[in-house]
Design a protein around this ligand. Structure first.
Ligand code: SF4
Length: 111
């Protein structure tokens, strides 16, 4: 079993390609969202997004700005690289199981 390396081989390949393309110049910037991890590439629903969180215009940065974004153990000041988007639930009270739908916070309870 191996731990996730965030596909370090793909990151290194992108760095090497950018350096080779730059030649002797200092323009070694990797084009925004130009590569991704193997699991994100293979995911048929697009549930995984990989990118440069330091680039505010990258797809992953824009997704992290959503209200639904959260990280595990953040309250312990653990600064994880991976974050998640909270599940969207149907709040329609006319749905048969509306009363059984969980809530994300104690303040927010189904009608
Ligand atoms: S494919 Fe996904 S889980 Fe596997 S190393 Fe790459 S980023 Fe990590």
């Amino acid at each position: 079993m191996e731990k996730c390396t965030f596909c370090v081989q793909r990151i290194e390949e992108a760095k090497i390609t950018a350096h080779a393309r730059a030649g002797g110049s200092a323009d070694t910037l990797i084009p925004r969202d130009s590569f991704t991890t193997a699991c994100a590439q293979a995911c048929p629903t697009g549930a995984l997004v990989f990118g440069d969180v330091k680039d505010p215009e990258s797809r992953v940065s824009k997704m992290k700005k959503q209200d639904r974004n959260y990280r595990l153990l953040e309250y312990l000041n653990v600064n994880t690289r991976t974050s998640y988007l909270a599940r969207i639930r149907n709040p329609n009270p006319k749905m048969p199981d509306a009363a059984n739908i969980g809530v994300a916070s104690l303040e927010e309870k189904p009608a």
